[in-house]
Structure formats: structure tokens, C-alpha cells
Ligand binder design. Structure first.
Ligand SMILES: [Zn+2]
Length: 297
């Protein structure tokens, strides 16, 4: 079965490519979180099939030309999309405000993400290139990973503008931005065009909440209930044996009534049984002991 991450990306990749501004913003996210965004060339590597199918159409809509791409994945099941032709590289980078000089540090250009429609598209591209999300039944975790430290910081600030808190954390040579609250993950997935998967997160939370509630209640009641049930079970054995040997009928009415009430209300505590019989607890104890003695005798 496909991973949750993979389902999320598949859903995002079904979002129609419409406005040019948004397709450019999505390409921008895809490129920034892709492999290369240099004056010498651009490159996105992915092992996700739906994303690999979307990327050429995305670039075609955004810039009017296709990246150089294999029709099939290369080694390791990965698709590599590259732009190396200097003129095309220049056009794409210029659209995002970068000049032809090789830059040492890659900065995020917020200016090209001014409208809300574009911001959502940008995060969709960014997530498809550099994001993962864990199955919400296991845990709530959505991550966007980049090797670029400054970019991670600037993405964090942009996330905050979009209403998400994610401070970049260094992990094994990369920078990781993560969301670990179910509501934040739901909102992010919805924003990026994966509302069905966002619903899955919500349902996972409901299901887990339900399970926790039941567990809590059961844990609390179990100790008492176990004792009551074990005692009732023992007594049921006693009464059944008395019944089988025909001695139950010979018992005085009070004892028979006690036996019957005990059998009919196996989960009741002794106080509850006493109440049903309209007698005191010590009287009930006395009768139960009598039943037990008779069983032995
Ligand atoms: Zn737009």
C-alpha cells in the first residue's frame, strides 16, 4: 500500500494547473526544495510518479517550455528533471528575481509570493519536492527538508506568515522544518490542495481519541470490576452446583433469593446486591457465606 506521504502528494498533484502566477509559484517551491537552483542549471529529482507526471505540465504552463526529462525513471526509480540550456535557466530564474551571477547563498524571494493563491501553490511545490508526512495513525509529523540553512530560516518565516510554526532544526547535515500538531498538519494539507488526506488526519485523531477514552475508562474501572467479577464468578459456581444437586430448592427462601439476585446481576458490587435485596451488607455476607458452606457440605 502506498505510504500516506505518497497519497498526499498524489492528491496535491491532481490540483488543476490554472493561473500562470500560481504555476510559477508552484514551480518556485518545487525548484527551491529540489536539488539544484543555480545559475548553471536547475534540477528536481523525485521518486514520486504523480509528481513526475505533473512537473513537465507545470513548467509548460508556467514558462511555456518543458524541462529536459526522461519519460521513465532512471536508476533507483527516480525521475530527474533538469534545465541546463542557459537561456531557459535565465528566464526561469529571472521570473523569481534572480540574476545570472552565481549566488553563494540561496535566498527566498517573498516578493513573488504576494497573493494567497500563489502562496498555497508555492507550498504545494515545496512539499512535493522536499516534504514528507507520516501516517497520522502512527504520529503527527509533517517535515520539509532542505540542505540550505538560510533558506530554511526564511521558509520558517514564510510558514509563520501562513499561520504555521516550524523552527528549523539541524539533523544529519540537513535542515528540517516540522509540524507536529494534527490541526497544523490538517491545515497545511488543506492549504496545499489535499483536503481528503487532511480529513484522514482528522479521522485518525478522532479514532485515537475514542480509543484513549475507552482505555482510560476501562483502566479505571477494571480493578474494581475484576474483583467483583471474580467473586461473582466463584459464587456462580457455588450456586450452579447447589442447583445441579437439587439442594438450591431446599434452601430457605431468603437464601434462594440471594442466590438468584447474585446470578442475575453478576457485575453488581456487594452493596448493590444488598440494596436490591433490601438488606444490610453484613446480612448479605452472612447469607453468601452460608451458600458457600452448603456447597462444601
Ligand atoms: Zn496565484
Amino acid at each position: 500500500m502506498a505510504s500516506f506521504s505518497s497519497r498526499v502528494k498524489r492528491e496535491m498533484c491532481r490540483v488543476p494547473l490554472s493561473r500562470r502566477c500560481c504555476t510559477q509559484a508552484e514551480s518556485y517551491g518545487a525548484l527551491l526544495l529540489g536539488s539544484d537552483f543555480r545559475a548553471e542549471g536547475l534540477r528536481i529529482v523525485t521518486s514520486h510518479e504523480a509528481y513526475a507526471r505533473r512537473l513537465p505540465a507545470l513548467f509548460q504552463t508556467a514558462f511555456g517550455f518543458l524541462p529536459e526529462a526522461p519519460a521513465d525513471p532512471v536508476g533507483g526509480g527516480k525521475w530527474v528533471f533538469a534545465l541546463t540550456e542557459p537561456e531557459k535557466v535565465r528566464v526561469v530564474r529571472a521570473a523569481y528575481g534572480y540574476d545570472e551571477k552565481p549566488s553563494v547563498v540561496l535566498h527566498l524571494n517573498n516578493a513573488v509570493l504576494e497573493s494567497d493563491c500563489c502562496l498555497a501553490a508555492f507550498w504545494r511545490g515545496a512539499f512535493c519536492s522536499g516534504g514528507t508526512v507520516t501516517d497520522p495513525m502512527k504520529k503527527y509529523l509533517l517535515e520539509i527538508v532542505t540542505t540550505r540553512r538560510v533558506l530554511a530560516r526564511e521558509l520558517s518565516a514564510l510558514l509563520r506568515e501562513s499561520g504555521f510554526e516550524a523552527v528549523p532544526v539541524a539533523r544529519g547535515g540537513v535542515q528540517v522544518l516540522s509540524l507536529n500538531l494534527s490541526e497544523a498538519i490538517e491545515d497545511f494539507l488543506t492549504l496545499c490542495g489535499a483536503p481528503v488526506c487532511a480529513m484522514d488526519v482528522m479521522e485518525a485523531k478522532l479514532e485515537k481519541g475514542l480509543r484513549n477514552n475507552v482505555n482510560r475508562r476501562v483502566n479505571c474501572d477494571t480493578a474494581n470490576l475484576d474483583k467483583t467479577l471474580a467473586a461473582a464468578e466463584r459464587l456462580r459456581g457455588v450456586i450452579a452446583r447447589l442447583d445441579a444437586s437439587g439442594r438450591l430448592d431446599e434452601l430457605p427462601e431468603a437464601l434462594r433469593a440471594t442466590a438468584r439476585v447474585r446470578l442475575e446481576n453478576p457485575e453488581d458490587s456487594l452493596s448493590q446486591l444488598a440494596e436490591r435485596l433490601g438488606i444490610g451488607k453484613s446480612c448479605l455476607n452472612h447469607r453468601l457465606r452460608k451458600l458457600q458452606v452448603m456447597d462444601k457440605g
